[in-house]
Design a protein around this ligand. Structure first.
Ligand SMILES: [Cu+2]
Length: 333
């Protein structure tokens, strides 16, 4: 089957209110039964993978674009698949932000490495693009563990797996999207080392046929961590390995990645995010500041099957310094 056999318009039957040049896109992977219903095995706790890629719920979608800049807000809505998205002509993206936050300045991004729950806010400039190009995935993943590797992201002659076909039409258009690499966006205030009052270590691993943090399953009545409101903490997020990847999603606040396996992270990960990708055996050091609300809140692996099989912890910011763990003070809504 080719894109021409089964073309569906990405946008026209699926328009959200707003700017026609500011396009939300959810990418997912699904497996379908012969009758077109979605196949799902509730006993598979490793992580669901699909063999059909969807954008905004559509298989093999196309999107007609003018020769100008468009803003895309990508969200990964897959259960367990990781993606590295690129444009088939090798053209970079202009990165505006990640997860819910803008960067201090727009940056160039050759590819977008994304896990379940991660978002990428980018501009694609179609002004000089070929008449047809694809958004494609270059990660190779065969099971819920995580990607096995990737196609060479610099060799555009080896195509990735298409996600969206762009049909680029008409002459170059003037447009109001003035953002370019380097454009000032939103000031960034780093959390400083001197602000850190507590370090906590969280180890993510497969045990007893399910998924644990620090050798414990999720307990909704237990606050595993009780930070003090108004303070900042260092959290060490450690993946115990086995080939498993875990995207760690922390609610309530952004966190700021300091190091991944001792190294400064790539530029696109140095600011605010709420989901940090832990490759197998990887350790990330993040800073987080508890500015606003008492809990309880959760953090968890965003591989949905890992999360549902209890790889989740509770943190419950308190007004006074409190040793942890503690029983939670108020129940989840
Ligand atoms: Cu996981």
């Amino acid at each position: 089957m080719t894109f021409d056999d089964l073309e569906t318009d990405l946008i026209n039957s699926n328009v959200l209110p707003g700017d026609p040049y500011d396009i939300p896109v959810v990418v997912q992977d699904k497996t379908f039964n012969a009758d077109g219903t979605i196949f799902f095995d509730p006993l598979d706790h490793n992580g669901y993978l699909g063999d059909v890629f969807l954008a905004n719920g559509k298989a093999q979608p196309f999107f007609r674009v003018e020769r100008r800049k468009y803003r895309f807000r990508f969200l990964v809505g897959s259960n367990a698949r990781f993606w590295e998205l690129r444009l088939s002509n090798g053209q970079p993206f202009i990165g505006l932000g990640t997860d819910s936050w803008l960067y201090p300045n727009a940056i160039e991004r050759d590819t977008l490495l994304l896990s379940p729950a991660k978002r990428a806010d980018v501009i694609i400039d179609f002004t000089d693009a070929p008449d047809e190009l694809f958004l494609e995935n270059i990660l190779v993943q065969e099971d819920g563990r995580g990607p096995k590797g990737k196609l060479d992201d610099r060799v555009v002659e080896i195509p990735g797996t298409p996600v969206i076909k762009f049909i680029v039409e008409g002459p170059p258009q003037p447009n109001s999207a003035t953002a370019d690499v380097g454009t000032t966006l939103r000031p960034h205030t780093p959390i400083r080392e001197e602000e850190i009052v507590t370090t906590r270590v969280f180890e993510f691993e497969r045990r007893k046929g399910a998924w644990q943090i620090n050798h414990q399953f999720f307990d909704e009545n237990l606050a595993n961590a009780t930070p003090t409101l108004g303070t900042a903490e260092r959290w060490i997020l450690r993946n115990e390995g086995g080939g498993w990847w875990h995207p760690i999603h922390i609610h309530l606040e952004s966190h700021q990645i300091q190091r991944v396996d001792g190294q400064i992270p790539p530029l696109e990960d140095r600011f605010k995010s709420d989901t940090t990708i832990l490759g197998s055996g990887t350790e990330a050091e993040v800073f987080m500041k508890f500015r606003t609300f008492r809990g309880p809140f959760v953090f968890h692996c965003h591989n949905l099957e890992h999360e549902d099989m209890r790889m989740m912890f509770v943190f419950d910011p308190r007004t006074e310094p409190t040793p942890s763990p503690q029983p939670i003070q108020q129940s989840f809504p």
